[in-house]
Ligand binder design. Structure first.
Ligand code: OFO
Length: 171
């Protein structure tokens, strides 16, 4: 694999682990804020982010490349409200989408068609990540300060469970 592309893959692995840390921190804050369902949702998202990182890692190993693991930045630990959490989820996922798009452009520029095809799963996944965050922002805005609506929404988020994603091309 082209060295620049390999570096970008390593950076993306670091970003996915940072995403995992960010969601774990959100889960911690939401739990303390008395929103166990939203805490569960973000904990499941933490598990998903670990899977995103691990599948990139496994792909590089499958390509017989050495993965450069880097220091993971410390995530924020406080938010103003549950709505603020999900606004931050959306803005964070937009950054990740831009990063995945850049990585895919690097693969195209390097004429690494195998990497480009592998990354298609991540490109589609980012559409879902942003859609989920937008949907939750919309719902929490509708709930406003109504305790019954917030409780109902929180109990819906408590039902989310982790299903390990199947990412084609990791061997
Ligand atoms: Fe890995 O998709 Fe979110 O960050």
């Amino acid at each position: 694999m082209n060295k620049q592309l390999l570096n970008e893959f390593s950076n993306q692995i670091n970003k996915e682990y940072y995403s995992a840390f960010l969601y774990l921190s959100m889960s911690n804050w939401l739990n303390e804020a008395g929103m166990p369902g939203a805490a569960n949702w973000t904990y499941v998202q933490y598990q998903e982010e670990l899977a995103h990182a691990e599948n990139l890692f496994r792909y590089l190993q499958y390509r017989d490349e050495i993965v450069q693991l880097m220091k993971i930045d410390q995530p924020d630990k406080e938010w103003d409200s549950v709505l603020d959490v999900f606004k931050n989820v959306l803005s964070h996922e937009k950054k990740v989408t831009a990063s995945i798009n850049n990585l895919t452009t690097e693969a195209i520029n390097a004429s690494d068609h195998a990497a480009r095809i592998f990354l298609e799963w991540y490109v589609s996944e980012q559409v879902e990540e942003e859609a989920n965050a937008s949907d939750l922002i919309h719902k929490f805005k509708m709930a406003g300060d109504n305790p019954n609506a917030l409780l109902m929404l929180d109990s819906q988020l408590a039902t989310r469970t982790f299903v390990a994603p199947v990412v084609p091309g990791v061997g």
